[in-house]
Design a binder for this molecule. Sequence first.
Ligand code: FHN
Length: 619
Amino acid sequence: MTPRRRRCAWITGLLALIGVTSTARAGEPSAAAQPGVELRAPAVAPDPRLDWWREARFGMFIHWGVYSVPATIKRPDGSTGTAEWHLLGHQVQVADYEKFAPRFNPVRFDAAEWVRIAKDAGMKYIVITSKHHDGFCMYDSKLTDWTITKATPFKRDPLKELADECARQGVRLGFYYSIMDWHHPDYLPRRAWEKGQPPAEQADFARYVEYMKGQLEELVGGRYGKVAVLWFDGEWEETWNAELGWDLYRYVRSLDPDIIVNNRVGKGRGGMAGLTAEGNFAGDFGTPEQEIPNTGLPGVDWESCMTMNDTWGYATDDHNWKSATTLIRNLCDTAGKGGNFLLNVGPTAEGLIPAESVERLAAMGRWVRANGEAVHGTHAGPWRRVPFNGRISVKGEKLYLHVFEWPRGQDGAPTELVFPGLRTEIRAARVPATGQTLSAIGWMEGAVPMVLVEPPDKLDEAATVVELDLAGPVAVVERAPAFAPDEKGVVTLRAADAEVVGTSARYESGERRDCIGFWTNAGDHPVWVVELPAPGRYTIEATTACTDGEAGSIYSVGPEGGARVRGTVTPTGDWGNFETQALGVLDLAQGRTPISVRIESLKRSAAMNLRSIRLVPAR
Ligand code: FHN
């Protein structure tokens, strides 16, 4: 293809195209209203309380407690878990678990060093466990003796030292606080194997809620300075409910109206996908865990929390460390989708951040020092499918391309990066890491705008960033791919090719998946654009998997707004065992039609795993 190259001259009057979008957002200059430009404004005006947090984009999570004494992911039955779940994973009686405390003496803890490591990595805030599920308080609480100051030889208050150091170095500090508390006698439910705790009948959950409020007042009331975030967790047990969540949210905000609180204070979190379900749930931001949403979520504040290996608390036997490249790309991924990245470290019982974590954070810091403007203060890029191997973030009228694999020619040398969709004229292009200016041009390929960027002299093996300085707000033309019949007239709609609309359902790769999974929200639905050369009658086939216990949901397939066929999710034994069933026959029109799969009735917590839909010509 020899592109007709016009230096940023655009043919006006674009044809109306599916998916013409812009990144106009409240508070940013909105794209000039063009025929067919869909402005994706946030659902609600963003709360300015979170402005610093949106600017930050990158924070350090710290899981530290007496569980760093046993420091293992291994379980007695040979399975593995995470180190901070030691009490439950090993079914340790509280009295026996308390014996770890006298062995917890982190004399090598150095708050200044921890804050330096975080800051040098480009992290703008720190969230540290004040109390995890084991109820152990990593600060000097007056409401219990189960604290680092009273139950250990250390006696110091590390959260106070960290708070003072964060204030000194200009890093915001937040506290993780677990609602679930395996140690407190008033917390319910009890575990079947527990012996030492008082009988459940003597527990007073209301009194436990008052205990939590007393501790939150200790944490947010001033002794630890201005606390920026309250990161609740452990909200999933049946003793906690949405009403208690709202009450606790309002209580914390009454202590400091500026504080921001995650969605795990209440009951709105949709599983590990972490985003807040529809409805009236407390919390200022969603909390995907160990994963990153599949697309940006306009108007939604969310933060993906992730470990560097597989455990939150320190473990001597977890060597499954992610590479610095993976971590840098995860940072680009969250920023490119408009979210925050809360990356965890699990310090040792001596008070040291593991060397493997320090090395990776130093590598991330080198990348952020060169490219941080493409992360801090950016918003989600406007493409729903980034048209190259990488991510795109936006800041005002600048577009940042995070290119993971720069294209190479037959000879292996880097060639131009060419991608469709950018309608806004490019004024200039440069490489933030080196200052090199690049040639970047735009032209039209029919109705589709194209961009070509010359390769920088120096590529970054994790992510090469190019800044495109635009002549106005970012506007994008994104033509949904259309799926046409094959030589036998069959149209195959694969999970990997679907546009998934929603907050939890998303594509899962892998041999026993390659499907749309995590389908816990009935409103989520995959859509494909089908392009038929002629009207026709088709048998609709669905290939699905579902455990026996979760089967039974009712779903439908067909054109959005048109006739649909229905099916019942059949049990296939497990989530990786797929079977195909014919749902019925549909008459489909010539041309482009969006075909969707919608859940009509969600019987259990997850609808199904969907591998594909096939439109087979009906004989
Ligand atoms: O059970 C905890 C786990 O230990 C860890 O604290 C993570 C971090 O978000 N949260 C819970 C698991 O979802």
